[in-house]
Design a protein around this ligand. Structure first.
Ligand SMILES: NC(=O)c1ccc[n+]([C@@H]2O[C@H](COP(=O)([O-])OP(=O)(O)OC[C@H]3O[C@@H](n4cnc5c(N)ncnc54)[C@H](O)[C@@H]3O)[C@@H](O)[C@H]2O)c1
Length: 304
């Protein structure tokens, strides 16, 4: 399976490439970026890593190498700056994503488009409107929301995060809905005390702002790299396990034509099925209000 990572010399893209190399699946990875020296630097390093094992190959490339990819992972973006909302990157990253998507359309790209660039929901909604690509081919990466909710719950329960399962739906941002009714510990439902809930919510909802405030100049490269690779793997080697993703909704959760997160089933063609999980009326309201905001942001890009 050919996976072209555009923005592949950046923090997230190189981490996705590295994490894919660590699987035992034979991926043909192409690293594409507009920083030529950084492509060569990463590829020299990753090719040496391959000498220690793995089934994949990795090379540097240019946009023409993305046209026959099975999956394009797009993480190209402007550099991180201090902010309290991913939305500050909306227009600058739309310019990058738009130019890349236009090249993919012109080049006849027919594979799966996996967007990681933020703000992922309005950008993916816009890509859907701009290209007319079927929703099955359009996936947004949002697993980190689930990772952070899991970690927050695990801290509150004083257990290892690997024992916790849960779902987060809606916006990849402040409108995310952490669904407490889905929380399990070792596969069994668990009720959290109000204090435990407050801790888990604080951790999940404020992770981004706290991390950006460090002014480290880096995003969540490790967790997003392993998560992005897991998402690619869920497409390459489908199972019936639901995976969180931002997808164009068609009536699910009462929303149509907007990309938001839900558990989904992934397969060789991309999106197989949206698994709509039951929400309380407050959770549904939060989901729909966030979808309205995503629509507004998408209209800003469209100039409407
Ligand atoms: N969806 C998520 O959960 C999630 C998680 C973490 C980060 N992100 C987002 O991923 C994006 C990338 O983050 P990062 O840490 O890798 O940033 P980064 O600055 O390290 O990397 C971005 C890369 O994009 C490249 N680039 C810019 N314009 C390009 C173009 N036109 N063509 C090709 N390459 C181009 C840059 O040269 C750079 O290498 C950001 O928008 C970030 O917010 C999303």
């Amino acid at each position: 399976m050919k996976v072209s990572v555009i923005g592949g010399a950046g923090g997230i893209g190189s981490s996705v490439a590295f994490s894919l190399l660590r699987t035992d699946h034979p991926y043909e990875i192409v690293v594409i970026d507009n920083r030529d020296n950084m492509i060569v630097s990463h590829v020299m390093d990753l090719q040496d890593a391959l000498s220690l094992g793995g089934a994949s190959s990795v090379v540097g490339g240019v946009m023409a190498d993305a046209m026959d990819a099975d999956i394009v992972v797009l993480s190209a973006a402007v550099p991180l700056k201090l902010n309290t909302s991913r939305d500050v990157f909306l227009t600058d990253n739309a310019a990058i994503v738009g130019s890349i998507v236009d090249q993919l359309v012109a080049g006849g790209f027919a594979g799966i488009f996996l967007l990681m660039t933020n703000p992922v929901d309005p950008l993916l909604t816009w890509v859907a409107r701009r290209t007319g690509w079927a929703r099955e081919r359009l996936l947004g990466y949002t697993l980190n929301d689930t990772q952070r909710f899991r970690t927050g719950i695990a801290q509150a329960l004083e257990v290892a995060p690997q024992r916790v399962s849960c779902w987060v739906v809606g916006e990849h941002g402040p409108g995310a809905v952490q669904v407490f009714s889905t929380v399990t510990l070792d596969g069994k439902p668990v009720d959290l005390t109000p204090e435990q809930r407050a801790h888990a919510l604080d951790y999940a909802q404020n992770w981004y702002v706290r991390h950006v405030a460090l002014d480290s100049g880096r995003t969540s490269t490790w967790s997003s790299g392993i998560g992005g690779a897991l998402m690619v793997d869920a497409i390459a080697r489908p199972t019936d396990e639901p995976f969180p993703a931002s997808v164009i909704l068609q009536g699910e959760y009462g929303v149509t034509g907007i990309s938001s997160s839900s558990p989904v089933i992934l397969g060789a063609q991309g999106l197989v099925k949206v698994i709509e999980i039951p929400l309380t009326s407050d959770e549904t309201t939060q989901f729909v209000e966030a979808a309205d905001k995503i629509d507004e942001l998408t209209r800003v890009i469209e100039g409407k």
